[in-house]
Write a protein that binds this ligand. Structure first.
Ligand code: PLP
Length: 398
């Protein structure tokens, strides 16, 4: 091509997810023969349960080869409505469910449907990087609310209320949170619901980690009086059922919004693949023991990794209450998060993410995923300890 490629301006506002870039770099180092410990990936290291795989195979054999209704197969929408009604203690109608290819499109569609130039969107920082990317992409103004370590990285409701102004259209919540593992409690959510009771604001409640919770039941802003119709619940199969590669997610929202999201589905993907939707029904209606087993394994790993990290001089780590990430403070190591993440990969062969990949307030932290075997985790943290020791000896004495 000889002419200059003229991309639309909005493409310059797209961000990315560093996890995929770090994974690619780690893989290329691996190709040179280095042994890399992977603590960067945000996906369960478990196989999808056999009964779910079998349901997909059976669906293919039975002829589920064609388009489905754009918002999803009716029996799957029913199963999701039942599941969300029971877990959030609300009354969800299948017409309020839209099935998507992974849960990510729910973020995309929420921003496309509800925010534009002149609007403010509030979101957690550190937070899933796609929020800020999509807010900017649609031309709205990103308004981050800092998740503070001293508050166990829970969103401070007073700060959030203070950040909201007349231009606020959408507030994104994420509990359990990626990357910190923090969980919003009932009291905070109640206060939030009361504060916004008479304001025309929609909540996007990202609950993708709702089942990866170490104590208590899942909580949702949608459960509070008057909030259901003003909340988009995002959830899916990727994390709970170790199905990241299947691309299966959903949103629950009021009917009017569900119609708009359906139009966006028609304009983008037409529908989610039929046989994976059949597998999703098996996931929701079938044996839940593999989920409990996975969460139990994550709990043990969390406890161990937090204990080991806190033994390292210059590193301190809170105990997360959900998801499968830890977010240790590494400020005392005397380098930026990005420098530390890069050195850890290059010098120690440990792939982790820099805290600021999750927003400016993530500076001073690293994100480690403990979706790795106990042996890998112990090896990874031992390498981080070795790195911290070297850093301490390199620092000038005062
Ligand atoms: N929301 C959060 C907070 C996530 O961490 C992720 C995945 O990493 C998603 C949404 C997207 O999930 P999916 O893979 O189902 O698109």
């Amino acid at each position: 091509m000889t002419e200059e490629l003229r991309l639309a301006d909005r493409t310059n506002r797209l961000g990315t997810e560093t996890a995929f870039e770090v994974l690619a770099r780690a893989k290329s180092l691996e190709a040179t023969g280095l042994r890399i410990v992977h603590l960067e990936i945000g996906e369960p290291d478990f196989r999808t349960a056999e009964h779910i795989v079998e349901a997909a195979v059976l669906a293919l054999k039975e002829g589920w080869h064609h388009y489905t209704p754009s918002p999803g197969i009716p029996s799957l929408r029913e199963a999701i409505a039942e599941h969300v009604s029971a877990t959030r203690r609300i009354d969800v109608d299948p017409a309020e469910v839209v099935v998507t290819l992974g849960a990510k499109p729910i973020i995309f569609y929420s921003l496309l449907s509800l925010a534009q130039k002149g609007d403010d969107v509030i979101y957690p920082d550190p937070g899933f990087p796609i929020y800020e990317s999509m807010i900017r992409f649609v031309g709205a103004r990103p308004v981050p609310v800092k998740l503070r370590e001293e508050k166990d990285f829970r969103m401070d409701v007073e700060e959030l209320v203070g950040a909201a102004g007349p231009a606020t259209r959408l507030i994104i919540l994420n509990s359990p949170n990626n990357p910190t593992g923090s969980v919003m409690g009932q009291d905070d959510l109640r206060m939030l619901a009361n504060s916004f009771a008479d304001r025309n604001v929609i909540f996007l409640s990202d609950e993708i980690y709702s089942r990866i919770l170490y104590d208590g039941a899942p909580t949702s802003i949608a459960s509070f009086p008057g909030m259901k119709d003003r909340t988009i619940i995002l959830d899916g199969f990727s994390k709970t059922y170790a199905m990241t590669g299947w691309r299966l997610g959903y949103g629950v929202m009021n009917r009017r919004l569900a119609q708009t999201f359906t139009k966006l589905m028609i304009n983008s993907n037409s529908c989610t693949p039929a046989f994976t939707q059949m597998a999703a029904i098996a996931a929701l209606r079938g044996d839940q023991a593999p989920v409990a087993k996975m969460v139990d394994t994550f709990r043990k790993r969390r406890d161990r990794v937090v204990e080991l990290l806190n033994r390292i001089e210059g590193v301190s780590c809170r105990k997360p209450r959900g998801a499968f990430y830890v977010f240790p403070n590494v400020r005392a190591l005397g380098k930026t998060s990005e420098e530390i993440a890069k050195l850890l990969l290059d010098e120690q062969g440990v792939a982790v993410l820099s805290g600021n990949a999750f927003g400016g307030y993530g500076e001073g932290y690293l994100r480690l995923s403990y979706a790795a075997s106990m042996e890998e985790l112990e090896e990874g943290v031992a390498r981080i300890a070795e790195f911290a020791k070297q850093m301490a000896s390199r620092q000038p004495c005062h």
